[in-house]
Ligand binder design. Sequence first.
Ligand SMILES: Nc1ncnc2c1ncn2[C@@H]1O[C@H](COP(=O)(O)OP(=O)(O)OP(=O)(O)O)[C@@H](O)[C@H]1O
Ligand SMILES: [Mg+2]
Length: 246
Amino acid sequence: MNRRPAPSFACVVRVRDLTKTFGPPGRETIAVKNVSLAVAPGERVLLLGPSGSGKTTLLTLMAGLLAPTSGSVELFGRDVSTMHPRALQSLRAAAIGFVFQTFRLIDSLTALENVLLVLHFAGRPRAEARRRALVLLDRLGVAHLAGKRPRALSQGEKQRVAVARALANDPPLLVADEPTANLDSACGLEVARLLGEAAAEGRRSLVVTSHDERLARHADRVLRLADGLLYEEGVPRTRRRLHSTP
Ligand SMILES: Nc1ncnc2c1ncn2[C@@H]1O[C@H](COP(=O)(O)OP(=O)(O)OP(=O)(O)O)[C@@H](O)[C@H]1O
Ligand SMILES: [Mg+2]
Protein backbone atom coordinates (compact mmCIF):
# COMPACT_ATOMS: atom_id res chain seq x y z
CA MET A 1 0.00 0.00 0.00
CA ASN A 2 2.93 2.32 0.69
CA ARG A 3 4.78 1.71 -2.56
CA ARG A 4 3.66 3.76 -5.50
CA PRO A 5 5.53 3.64 -8.82
CA ALA A 6 6.96 6.89 -10.10
CA PRO A 7 4.14 8.65 -11.99
CA SER A 8 4.37 9.39 -15.68
CA PHE A 9 2.93 12.90 -15.22
CA ALA A 10 4.71 15.89 -13.70
CA CYS A 11 1.61 17.18 -11.90
CA VAL A 12 -1.34 15.37 -10.43
CA VAL A 13 -3.49 18.45 -10.97
CA ARG A 14 -2.61 21.55 -12.94
CA VAL A 15 -4.99 24.46 -13.45
CA ARG A 16 -4.22 27.43 -15.63
CA ASP A 17 -5.92 30.82 -15.57
CA LEU A 18 -9.01 29.30 -14.08
CA THR A 19 -12.09 31.48 -13.70
CA LYS A 20 -15.55 30.42 -12.60
CA THR A 21 -18.54 32.71 -12.50
CA PHE A 22 -22.09 31.95 -11.43
CA GLY A 23 -25.26 33.77 -12.40
CA PRO A 24 -26.49 35.63 -15.47
CA PRO A 25 -24.14 37.89 -17.49
CA GLY A 26 -23.91 41.34 -15.98
CA ARG A 27 -24.96 40.07 -12.54
CA GLU A 28 -22.49 37.23 -12.14
CA THR A 29 -20.58 36.28 -9.01
CA ILE A 30 -16.91 35.59 -9.69
CA ALA A 31 -16.16 32.63 -7.45
CA VAL A 32 -12.63 31.90 -8.75
CA LYS A 33 -10.48 34.44 -10.61
CA ASN A 34 -7.54 33.60 -12.87
CA VAL A 35 -6.11 30.91 -10.64
CA SER A 36 -3.05 28.98 -11.78
CA LEU A 37 -1.81 26.17 -9.60
CA ALA A 38 -0.01 22.85 -9.90
CA VAL A 39 0.06 20.03 -7.38
CA ALA A 40 3.03 17.66 -7.59
CA PRO A 41 2.82 13.93 -6.93
CA GLY A 42 2.93 13.37 -3.18
CA GLU A 43 2.52 17.06 -2.36
CA ARG A 44 0.14 18.12 0.42
CA VAL A 45 -1.52 21.47 -0.19
CA LEU A 46 -3.68 23.41 2.22
CA LEU A 47 -6.08 25.98 0.73
CA LEU A 48 -7.03 28.44 3.45
CA GLY A 49 -9.79 31.00 3.05
CA PRO A 50 -12.81 32.53 4.74
CA SER A 51 -16.40 31.61 3.89
CA GLY A 52 -17.28 32.54 0.32
CA SER A 53 -13.64 32.88 -0.79
CA GLY A 54 -14.04 30.17 -3.45
CA LYS A 55 -12.53 27.10 -1.74
CA THR A 56 -15.27 24.63 -2.66
CA THR A 57 -15.53 26.03 -6.18
CA LEU A 58 -11.77 25.73 -6.77
CA LEU A 59 -11.59 22.24 -5.29
CA THR A 60 -14.57 21.11 -7.36
CA LEU A 61 -12.98 22.53 -10.51
CA MET A 62 -9.66 20.86 -9.68
CA ALA A 63 -11.40 17.49 -9.28
CA GLY A 64 -13.08 17.84 -12.67
CA LEU A 65 -16.53 17.94 -11.09
CA LEU A 66 -17.37 21.39 -12.41
CA ALA A 67 -16.55 22.99 -15.76
CA PRO A 68 -14.69 26.32 -15.60
CA THR A 69 -16.00 29.47 -17.26
CA SER A 70 -12.49 29.90 -18.69
CA GLY A 71 -9.09 28.35 -18.20
CA SER A 72 -8.02 24.72 -18.15
CA VAL A 73 -7.78 21.78 -15.76
CA GLU A 74 -5.40 18.87 -16.23
CA LEU A 75 -5.77 15.76 -14.11
CA PHE A 76 -2.86 13.31 -14.26
CA GLY A 77 -1.62 15.00 -17.41
CA ARG A 78 -4.97 14.93 -19.23
CA ASP A 79 -6.98 18.01 -20.15
CA VAL A 80 -10.41 17.24 -18.68
CA SER A 81 -12.24 19.40 -21.25
CA THR A 82 -11.23 16.94 -23.96
CA MET A 83 -12.39 13.87 -22.06
CA HIS A 84 -15.69 12.08 -22.53
CA PRO A 85 -17.82 12.54 -19.38
CA ARG A 86 -17.77 8.78 -18.74
CA ALA A 87 -14.00 8.62 -19.07
CA LEU A 88 -13.67 11.53 -16.68
CA GLN A 89 -16.02 9.86 -14.24
CA SER A 90 -13.96 6.64 -14.38
CA LEU A 91 -10.73 8.57 -13.85
CA ARG A 92 -12.22 10.32 -10.82
CA ALA A 93 -13.54 7.07 -9.36
CA ALA A 94 -10.20 5.32 -9.81
CA ALA A 95 -7.80 8.11 -8.93
CA ILE A 96 -9.42 10.59 -6.54
CA GLY A 97 -10.59 10.04 -2.98
CA PHE A 98 -13.08 12.61 -1.70
CA VAL A 99 -13.71 13.72 1.87
CA PHE A 100 -16.50 16.21 2.59
CA GLN A 101 -17.40 18.50 5.46
CA THR A 102 -20.69 16.63 5.95
CA PHE A 103 -19.12 13.15 5.63
CA ARG A 104 -21.72 11.96 3.07
CA LEU A 105 -21.83 8.42 4.38
CA ILE A 106 -24.74 6.22 3.31
CA ASP A 107 -27.04 6.02 6.33
CA SER A 108 -28.49 2.61 5.54
CA LEU A 109 -25.06 0.94 5.36
CA THR A 110 -22.68 0.10 8.18
CA ALA A 111 -19.26 1.74 8.43
CA LEU A 112 -17.70 -1.36 6.89
CA GLU A 113 -20.26 -1.46 4.06
CA ASN A 114 -19.65 2.21 3.28
CA VAL A 115 -15.99 1.42 2.64
CA LEU A 116 -16.78 -1.87 0.89
CA LEU A 117 -19.08 -0.15 -1.59
CA VAL A 118 -16.14 1.66 -3.21
CA LEU A 119 -14.19 -1.58 -3.48
CA HIS A 120 -17.23 -3.37 -4.86
CA PHE A 121 -17.60 -0.76 -7.64
CA ALA A 122 -13.87 -1.11 -8.34
CA GLY A 123 -14.47 -4.82 -8.93
CA ARG A 124 -12.30 -6.09 -6.07
CA PRO A 125 -12.96 -9.70 -5.03
CA ARG A 126 -15.21 -9.86 -2.00
CA ALA A 127 -12.77 -11.40 0.51
CA GLU A 128 -9.90 -9.11 -0.48
CA ALA A 129 -12.22 -6.08 -0.32
CA ARG A 130 -13.34 -7.01 3.18
CA ARG A 131 -9.75 -7.44 4.36
CA ARG A 132 -8.73 -4.10 2.91
CA ALA A 133 -11.76 -2.26 4.33
CA LEU A 134 -11.06 -3.64 7.80
CA VAL A 135 -7.36 -2.71 7.58
CA LEU A 136 -8.33 0.84 6.62
CA LEU A 137 -10.92 1.17 9.39
CA ASP A 138 -8.29 -0.11 11.80
CA ARG A 139 -5.72 2.44 10.58
CA LEU A 140 -8.26 5.18 11.13
CA GLY A 141 -8.97 3.84 14.63
CA VAL A 142 -12.59 2.84 13.98
CA ALA A 143 -12.38 -0.92 13.27
CA HIS A 144 -14.43 -1.58 16.41
CA LEU A 145 -17.27 0.42 14.84
CA ALA A 146 -17.31 -1.54 11.56
CA GLY A 147 -20.81 -2.95 12.18
CA LYS A 148 -22.40 0.37 13.23
CA ARG A 149 -24.49 2.59 11.03
CA PRO A 150 -23.50 6.27 10.69
CA ARG A 151 -26.30 7.48 13.00
CA ALA A 152 -24.68 5.56 15.87
CA LEU A 153 -21.31 7.27 15.32
CA SER A 154 -19.95 10.57 16.62
CA GLN A 155 -19.07 13.27 14.09
CA GLY A 156 -15.36 12.47 14.43
CA GLU A 157 -15.98 8.75 14.00
CA LYS A 158 -18.05 9.43 10.88
CA GLN A 159 -15.24 11.46 9.39
CA ARG A 160 -12.70 8.71 10.12
CA VAL A 161 -14.95 6.25 8.29
CA ALA A 162 -15.23 8.76 5.43
CA VAL A 163 -11.42 9.02 5.26
CA ALA A 164 -11.16 5.21 5.20
CA ARG A 165 -13.66 5.19 2.33
CA ALA A 166 -11.68 7.85 0.45
CA LEU A 167 -8.55 5.69 0.79
CA ALA A 168 -10.29 2.46 -0.25
CA ASN A 169 -9.21 2.62 -3.88
CA ASP A 170 -5.66 3.65 -2.97
CA PRO A 171 -6.07 6.89 -4.96
CA PRO A 172 -3.01 8.96 -5.91
CA LEU A 173 -5.00 12.12 -5.07
CA LEU A 174 -7.06 12.92 -1.99
CA VAL A 175 -9.24 16.02 -1.92
CA ALA A 176 -10.95 17.12 1.25
CA ASP A 177 -13.34 20.06 1.46
CA GLU A 178 -13.34 21.43 5.01
CA PRO A 179 -13.03 17.96 6.49
CA THR A 180 -12.69 19.34 10.02
CA ALA A 181 -15.39 22.03 9.97
CA ASN A 182 -18.04 19.88 11.69
CA LEU A 183 -15.65 18.48 14.27
CA ASP A 184 -14.54 19.85 17.61
CA SER A 185 -11.07 21.32 17.70
CA ALA A 186 -9.11 18.29 18.96
CA CYS A 187 -11.03 15.88 16.79
CA GLY A 188 -10.57 18.09 13.72
CA LEU A 189 -6.82 18.25 14.25
CA GLU A 190 -6.67 14.49 14.63
CA VAL A 191 -8.57 13.95 11.36
CA ALA A 192 -6.25 16.46 9.64
CA ARG A 193 -3.25 14.55 11.00
CA LEU A 194 -4.67 11.24 9.76
CA LEU A 195 -5.27 12.70 6.30
CA GLY A 196 -1.75 14.15 6.17
CA GLU A 197 -0.27 10.86 7.33
CA ALA A 198 -2.30 8.81 4.84
CA ALA A 199 -1.05 11.07 2.07
CA ALA A 200 2.58 10.91 3.18
CA GLU A 201 2.59 7.14 3.69
CA GLY A 202 0.86 6.40 0.42
CA ARG A 203 2.82 9.06 -1.53
CA ARG A 204 -0.50 10.60 -2.43
CA SER A 205 -1.16 14.21 -3.22
CA LEU A 206 -3.57 15.90 -0.85
CA VAL A 207 -5.55 19.09 -1.34
CA VAL A 208 -7.43 20.19 1.76
CA THR A 209 -9.53 23.31 2.22
CA SER A 210 -10.10 24.89 5.58
CA HIS A 211 -10.34 28.15 7.46
CA ASP A 212 -8.24 26.66 10.28
CA GLU A 213 -4.62 27.83 10.17
CA ARG A 214 -3.53 25.00 12.43
CA LEU A 215 -3.94 22.48 9.62
CA ALA A 216 -0.77 24.00 8.10
CA ARG A 217 1.34 21.65 10.22
CA HIS A 218 0.13 18.74 8.06
CA ALA A 219 0.76 20.48 4.72
CA ASP A 220 3.83 20.99 2.53
CA ARG A 221 2.43 24.18 1.04
CA VAL A 222 -0.15 26.68 2.23
CA LEU A 223 -2.15 28.76 -0.23
CA ARG A 224 -4.76 31.35 0.57
CA LEU A 225 -7.92 32.29 -1.24
CA ALA A 226 -9.63 35.65 -0.81
CA ASP A 227 -12.50 36.72 -3.05
CA GLY A 228 -11.58 34.04 -5.58
CA LEU A 229 -7.93 35.13 -5.86
CA LEU A 230 -5.11 32.79 -4.91
CA TYR A 231 -2.22 33.98 -2.78
CA GLU A 232 0.79 32.18 -1.41
CA GLU A 233 1.33 32.67 2.33
CA GLY A 234 -0.88 35.73 2.36
CA VAL A 235 1.20 37.74 -0.10
CA PRO A 236 -0.66 38.86 -3.23
CA ARG A 237 0.20 36.78 -6.27
CA THR A 238 1.03 39.88 -8.22
CA ARG A 239 3.91 40.59 -5.83
CA ARG A 240 5.33 37.07 -5.75
CA ARG A 241 6.24 34.45 -8.23
CA LEU A 242 3.37 32.30 -9.49
CA HIS A 243 3.00 28.92 -7.82
CA SER A 244 3.70 27.21 -11.08
CA THR A 245 4.81 28.07 -14.54
CA PRO A 246 1.68 27.47 -16.61
N1 LIG B 1 -23.79 27.15 -7.48
C1 LIG B 1 -23.59 28.43 -7.20
N2 LIG B 1 -24.42 29.39 -7.69
C2 LIG B 1 -24.21 30.70 -7.43
N3 LIG B 1 -23.18 31.17 -6.69
C3 LIG B 1 -22.33 30.27 -6.19
C4 LIG B 1 -22.47 28.86 -6.39
N4 LIG B 1 -21.46 28.22 -5.77
C5 LIG B 1 -20.71 29.18 -5.18
N5 LIG B 1 -21.23 30.41 -5.43
C6 LIG B 1 -20.66 31.69 -4.96
O1 LIG B 1 -19.28 31.68 -5.25
C7 LIG B 1 -18.53 32.22 -4.17
C8 LIG B 1 -17.55 31.18 -3.67
O2 LIG B 1 -18.27 30.12 -3.07
P1 LIG B 1 -17.59 28.82 -2.45
O3 LIG B 1 -18.70 27.93 -2.02
O4 LIG B 1 -16.63 28.29 -3.42
O5 LIG B 1 -16.82 29.43 -1.21
P2 LIG B 1 -16.16 28.68 0.04
O6 LIG B 1 -14.85 29.33 0.28
O7 LIG B 1 -16.18 27.22 -0.19
O8 LIG B 1 -17.15 29.06 1.22
P3 LIG B 1 -17.50 28.23 2.58
O9 LIG B 1 -16.30 28.38 3.49
O10 LIG B 1 -18.70 28.96 3.14
O11 LIG B 1 -17.79 26.82 2.19
C9 LIG B 1 -19.54 32.68 -3.15
O12 LIG B 1 -19.80 34.04 -3.35
C10 LIG B 1 -20.76 31.84 -3.45
O13 LIG B 1 -21.93 32.51 -3.08
MG1 LIG C 1 -17.01 25.61 0.85
